[in-house]
Design a protein around this ligand. Structure first.
Ligand SMILES: Nc1nc2c(c(=O)[nH]1)N[C@H]1C(S)=C(S)[C@@H](COP(=O)(O)OP(=O)(O)OC[C@H]3O[C@@H](n4cnc5c(=O)[nH]c(N)nc54)[C@H](O)[C@@H]3O)O[C@H]1N2
Ligand SMILES: Nc1nc2c(c(=O)[nH]1)N[C@H]1C(S)=C(S)[C@@H](COP(=O)(O)OP(=O)(O)OC[C@H]3O[C@@H](n4cnc5c(=O)[nH]c(N)nc54)[C@H](O)[C@@H]3O)O[C@H]1N2
Ligand code: SF4
Ligand SMILES: [Mo]
Length: 861
C-alpha cells in the first residue's frame, strides 16, 4: 500500500529532491486533502494536469508572524494542487494587495507534513504520578485511543488538584483549557511582556498608548508626508511581511529620507537606502540622551530652533522645574538630569558614545537633523524595548519625540511601528466579531511572570506582582496553544522543570518542543481542517478562511478536546460551549463591523440571508452588510479601499496636541508624563525600581556586563552581546520544522567579520555560544553588516539537545536568555551576554538535512 507520508519522509521533503522525484513542478504542490490517498493510481491523478473540478478556496495563514495575508489553495478532486496569494484586485500603492510571504506559501508543508502527529499518544514509561520522569524528552511514544488519553488527562487533573490544590495545575499561555480548568476550581496562569517589552505597561502609564497595538503612529498614507523616517530597531522586510515594506517605499517615492538605528544593517535599510547607525543592543536610551543633550545645548529659539518649546509646555509635564506635576520634587526634573546639575554627569554625546558605540559627532548630527527637519517620523520596533530595565528606553524615546514635537501632526509621529501595523497606525477600519462563547472567571489568582515560570517549579516560590512572594507547588503543566518551552527564557531550566512535575500534557499538530517533553500528546487539527474563521491583520483588512480538508488522521480541534475533557471531569460542556463551532464562526461573521465612509461610525460587514443560515444550519437574524457571506468567504478578504484625502486617515494624538485641555489624556496630569509617578509607584510592586523620569541605568546583562572592569575596559568571560532578530524562516517557533524553509534559510549565527577574524572563525564554521544558562551551536555567517561585539541569533529554532554534552544543536535562542525580570516585569530577550568560540566537537550538519520528527512512520496512512 502506498504511503505518501513515508515517501515524503524518505525524500526529506527537500524542495529539490521532491521536485526531482515527481519530475513536475505541480507535484511539489500536490498534497492529499483527505486521508483517502492510498494507491499509485490515485497519486497519478494528483500529478495529472489540472483540469475541471478545480476550486480555489480561502485558506488560513494563522500564525503570530508579523503580517496577515490572503492565502488561497486550489483543490481538485479533494487534493490541494496549488497555492496562491492575493489577486482579488489590481495592486496599487493606495490599495495594495495583501500578498503572502514564503512561510505562508509553504503552509502545505506544515499542514500535510510527514511529521504531522497522527494519534493521541503517551510516553512509554509514563505512570500515574509521572513514572520515569527523567525520560521526558527521550522516551518512546505509544499510540493510545482518544478515550484513554482523555481518561489519563482527566484523572491526573483530578488527582493532582485533590492532593495539592488547584494552583498545582498550570495552564500555560491562554486558550480553551484555561477556561475548562477555571470551571473546575481554577488553575495557575502566567503572564509577561512578550512582544512589547517595556512598552507593555510603561506606555499607558506615560500616556503614549494611543491606538495600543501600533502605539501612536499615523496611518500609512500620512507617512508619505514625512521628510525623514527614522527606523529605530525596525525591520519590516523581515518582521512585518505583506504590504508594509511596500507602504514605506511609497514614502520614499514621495521623497522621504531614511535612517536606520540598529545593531544590524537590515534588508529594510538596504531597500530604503537608509543611512545606517550601528548601535549596541540595549543602549538606545544612552544614544537618545546624547541627542537630547545636543538639542538642549544647541537650541536657540530664534537662530537655531531645535526644540519645540510650545509642545513641551502645552503637552507634557516634568521637563523642567517650572513644569512639574503636583507633589513632585522640582529637583527631579528631566532637564537638570540631562545637564547633570545634581549628579555631576552631563549626558553629553561623549558620555553616550562610550556606552552605545555611536560616534559623538554622529550623535550631534542625528540630533540636529531630527530637530531641524520639519516633518519627521520617529519609529521604533518593540525589539529595542525587549531588554532588561527597558522602561527607561520607552521614557527616553518618547521624550525625544516630545522635545522635537514630532507628534500629533501630519508627517510627524513618534511611536511604535511594528508587527502587522508597521508604518500604519490608526483605529481598525474592519473589526472582527465575537463568537459568543462564555469566558469564565478563574478562581485561582496565582499568576507567574514569564521569567519565573520554571524557577517557580524548581524552587517552589514566585513573586506575585504587586504583592510579594508566594509559594508554588506546580505538579501539572498543560500546554494548550503556545510554545512555552521554546519561547520563554532558559530552556535548560524549563526542561528540568518539565522533568520535575507529576504530569505534562500538550496539544500539538507536530512534535514541538512542548510536545516532546510531555507525557501525553493530544493531536490537534490545523485551521485548514476546521470550520473556518476570521483573522485580524492591518487596520484595513479582515481575512476569512474556510475549511479545506477533513481532519488529518485522528486530530481534533482544541474546542472538541475541551468539551470531551469537561465530560470526563464531570462538567457539562454546554456551560462553556453552548453551541457548535460552526455557529461560533457564524457569530463572528455576523458581528464583524466595518467603518462607514464618514470615518466615524461602524456598520455590519457581512450581509446574511435566511437562506445562508438554513444552508449553514445556524441560528441568527438576516442582516444587510457590505459584502455577501458567500463573496467574503470566496474572496478570503475584505479590504477597505483607501485613497489620499479619504476619511480613514489617522494622525495619532491629533486632538490632544491641538487642544490638550479639551482632550486630556488618561494620565493623572492629563498630559504626556516625562515625570511619571505611576511608573515609579508601580515598579515598587514589581522587580526593580524605575525612576519617574527617564534615567540611564546599565542593563542587567547588557553591554556593561560584558566587562569585568568597566573603567579599564577589560572584557569578562561573557564578552559578547546576543540579540534575537525575528527571522523569516519562522513565526517564532512555528514553521521551523518545514524542510523547504530550512533549506531556503539556514539559520546561522551572524557574527561580524572583525570578531570572526579575531576568533579564527570562518563562514560555515560551527560556533559554540555559551553562558551560565546554556550552550548552543550554529554555523557562522560572517558579515560586515553587524556591529562588532555582538552576535545575532535568530529567534525561535526548535531546540535539539545533545543530552550528554548538555548542548543544543539548533541555535535555540532561549538556551542563553536569563530568567530575570526587571522593572515592572519585563522580559529582556535582547540583553543577553555569552562567550563565543569555534566549536571543537563535530561540525554541525545543516539542519535542512536533519531527520524530521516523525513518530509513527510505518503506520498506514
Ligand atoms: N529569546 C527570545 N524569546 C522570545 C522572543 C525573542 O525575540 N527572543 N520573542 C517573543 C515574542 S515577541 C513572542 S510573541 C513569543 C511567541 O511565543 P509563542 O506564542 O509561545 O510562540 P509560537 O511559536 O508562535 O507558538 C505557537 C504554538 O502554537 C501552535 N499552534 C498553532 N495553531 C494551533 C492551534 O490551533 N491549536 C494549538 N493547540 N496549537 C496551535 C504552534 O504549533 C506553536 O507551537 O516568543 C517570545 N520569546
Ligand atoms: N519573520 C518573522 N516576523 C515576525 C515574527 C517572527 O517570528 N518572524 N514575529 C512577530 C512578532 S510576534 C513580533 S512581537 C514582532 C517583533 O518585531 P520587532 O521587535 O520589530 O522585530 P525584531 O526582528 O526582533 O527587531 C527589529 C529590529 O530591531 C533590531 N534590534 C534588536 N535589538 C535592538 C536594540 O537593542 N536596539 C536597536 N536599535 N535595534 C535592535 C533588530 O536587529 C531588527 O532589525 O515581529 C513579528 N514578525
Ligand atoms: S506574513 Fe504571515 S500571514 Fe502573511 S503569508 Fe507570511 S506567514 Fe502567512
Ligand atoms: Mo511577539
Amino acid at each position: 500500500m502506498f504511503d505518501l507520508m513515508s515517501k515524503l519522509k524518505n525524500y526529506k521533503m527537500s524542495r529539490r529532491a521532491f521536485v526531482g522525484w515527481s519530475a513536475a513542478v505541480t507535484a511539489a504542490a500536490a498534497i492529499p486533502v483527505s486521508r483517502g490517498l492510498k494507491t499509485k493510481t490515485e497519486l497519478n491523478k494528483v500529478f495529472a494536469a489540472s483540469e475541471g473540478n478545480e476550486v480555489w478556496k480561502s485558506a488560513a495563514c494563522w500564525h503570530n508572524c508579523g503580517g496577515r495575508c490572503v492565502n488561497k489553495v486550489l483543490v481538485k478532486d479533494s487534493i490541494v494542487i496549488r497555492q496562491k496569494t492575493d489577486d482579488t484586485h489590481e495592486d496599487s500603492p493606495d490599495y495594495p494587495q495583501q500578498r503572502g510571504c514564503l512561510r505562508g506559501r509553504s503552509q502545505r508543508q506544515q499542514v500535510f507534513g510527514a511529521d504531522r502527529l497522527k494519534y493521541p499518544m503517551k510516553r512509554k514509561n509514563w505512570k500515574p504520578g509521572g513514572g520515569k520522569k527523567e525520560l521526558r524528552g527521550k522516551d518512546q511514544w505509544v499510540r493510545i485511543s482518544w478515550d484513554e488519553a482523555l481518561d489519563i488527562v482527566a484523572s491526573e487533573i483530578k488527582r493532582i488538584a485533590k492532593v495539592h490544590g488547584n494552583n498545582a495545575l498550570w495552564a500555560t499561555g491562554s486558550g480553551e483549557i484555561t477556561k475548562v480548568l477555571s470551571e473546575n476550581g481554577g488553575c495557575t496562569t502566567d503572564y509577561g511582556t512578550t512582544s512589547w517589552g517595556a512598552w507593555f505597561w510603561a506606555s499607558t502609564m506615560m500616556g503614549v498608548a494611543e491606538g495600543w497595538d501600533e502605539l501612536g503612529i499615523n496611518d500609512r498614507i500620512d507617512l508619505r508626508n514625512s521628510q525623514l523616517i527614522v527606523l529605530w530597531g525596525v525591520n519590516p522586510a523581515w518582521s512585518s511581511p505583506g504590504s508594509p515594506t511596500y507602504n514605506y517605499l511609497q514614502a520614499k517615492k514621495a521623497g522621504a529620507q531614511f535612517i536606520s538605528i540598529d545593531p544590524k544593517y537590515t534588508d529594510s535599510a538596504q531597500v530604503f537606502g537608509a543611512d545606517w547607525i550601528p548601535i549596541r543592543p540595549g543602549t538606545d536610551d544612552a544614544l537618545a540622551f546624547g541627542m537630547m543633550y545636543t538639542l538642549l545645548d544647541e537650541d536657540d529659539p530664534k537662530s537655531n530652533p531645535l526644540i519645540d518649546w510650545d509642545f513641551l509646555n502645552r503637552c507634557t509635564v516634568g521637563f523642567d522645574k517650572e513644569h512639574m506635576p503636583k507633589g513632585a520634587n522640582p529637583k527631579d526634573n528631566f532637564k537638570d538630569y540631562l545637564l547633570g546639575t545634581y549628579d555631576n554627569q552631563p549626558k553629553t554625546p561623549e558620555w553616550a558614545a562610550n556606552i552605545c558605540g555611536v560616534e559623538p559627532e554622529k550623535i550631534r548630527e542625528l540630533a540636529r537633523k531630527i530637530g531641524s527637519t520639519e516633518r519627521v517620523a520617529l519609529l521604533t520596533g518593540w525589539a529595542p524595548a525587549r531588554i532588561n530595565n527597558g522602561e527607561g528606553w520607552v521614557q527616553a524615546f518618547s521624550t525625544l519625540g516630545f522635545m522635537t514635537g514630532h507628534m500629533g501632526r501630519s508627517g510627524r509621529m513618534t511611536g511604535v511601528s511594528c508587527h502587522r501595523s508597521s508604518g500604519n497606525g490608526g483605529h481598525w477600519l474592519v473589526n472582527k466579531g465575537i463568537n459568543g462563547y462564555p469566558q469564565p472567571e478563574n478562581p485561582v489568582t496565582d499568576s507567574i511572570n514569564h521569567n519565573e515560570i520554571f524557577s517557580a517549579i524548581l524552587e517552589g516560590k514566585f513573586h506575585q506582582k504587586g504583592e510579594g512572594e508566594r509559594k508554588a507547588n506546580i505538579q501539572l503543566i498543560y500546554h494548550q496553544f503556545n510554545a512555552t518551552l521554546q519561547t520563554r527564557s532558559t530552556i535548560l531550566q524549563g526542561i528540568k522543570a518539565h522533568r520535575k512535575v507529576e504530569f505534562v500534557v500538550t496539544h500539538a499538530y507536530t512534535l514541538t518542543t512542548n510536545a516532546k517533553y510531555a507525557d501525553v500528546v493530544l493531536p490537534v487539527t490545523t485551521e485548514w481542517e476546521r470550520e473556518g474563521g476570521l483573522l485580524v491583520g492591518n487596520r484595513e483588512i479582515l481575512i476569512a478562511h474556510t475549511n479545506i480538508v477533513e481532519p488529518m488522521y485522528e486530530a481534533k480541534s482544541d474546542v472538541w478536546i475541551a468539551k470531551e475533557l469537561m465530560k470526563k471531569l464531570g462538567k457539562d460542556p454546554k456551560k462553556l460551549y453552548p453551541f457548535s463551532e460552526k455557529q461560533a464562526f457564524f457569530n463572528e461573521l455576523a458581528s464583524s463591523t466595518v467603518m462607514k465612509d464618514n470615518g466615524k461610525d461602524y456598520e455590519p460587514l457581512v450581509e446574511i440571508t435566511a437562506r445562508d443560515m438554513k444552508e449553514w444550519g445556524v441560528k441568527g437574524k438576516p442582516q444587510k452588510g457590505r459584502i455577501s457571506l458567500r463573496e467574503f468567504l470566496e474572496k478570503g478578504v475584505y479590504q477597505v479601499k483607501r485613497k489620499p484625502g479619504d476619511n480613514f486617515g489617522y494622525i495619532a494624538y491629533q486632538d490632544f496636541v491641538e487642544k490638550p485641555d479639551k482632550h486630556p489624556l488618561e494620565t493623572p496630569s492629563g498630559k504626556f508624563e516625562i515625570y511619571c509617578n505611576t511608573i515609579a509607584e508601580e515598579s515598587k510592586g514589581g522587580w526593580t525600581e524605575v525612576s519617574p523620569i527617564p534615567k540611564y541605568v546599565p542593563k542587567t546583562r547588557g553591554y556593561e556586563a560584558t566587562f569585568v572592569d568597566w573603567k579599564k575596559k577589560k572584557k569578562g568571560k561573557y564578552s559578547f552581546q546576543v540579540f534575537n532578530p525575528h527571522y523569516l524562516r519562522r513565526s517564532h517557533s512555528t514553521f521551523d520544522n518545514v524542510p523547504w524553509l530550512r533549506e531556503a534559510m539556514p539559520n546561522p549565527v551572524f557574527i561580524s567579520k572583525k570578531d570572526a577574524k579575531e576568533l579564527g572563525i570562518k563562514d560555515g564554521d560551527t560556533v559554540l555560544l555559551s553562558n551560565e544558562y546554556g550552550k548552543t551551536l550554529r554555523p557562522a555567517k560572517t558579515t560586515e553588516t553587524l556591529i562588532p561585539g555582538t552576535v545575532a541569533l535568530p529567534h525561535g529554532a526548535w531546540v535539539e539537545m545533545d543530552e550528554k554534552e548538555e548542548v543544543d544543536k539548533a541555535g535555540a535562542d532561549n538556551m542563553l536568555t536569563a530568567p530575570i525580570a526587571t522593572g515592572l516585569g519585563t522580559s529582556g530577550w535582547n540583553t543577553v551576554i555569552c562567550h563565543v568560540e569555534k566549536y571543537k566537537g563535530d561540525p554541525l550538519i545543516e539542519d535542512a538535512k536533519w531527520e524530521q520528527r516523525i513518530i509513527f512512520p510505518n503506520e498506514e496512512v
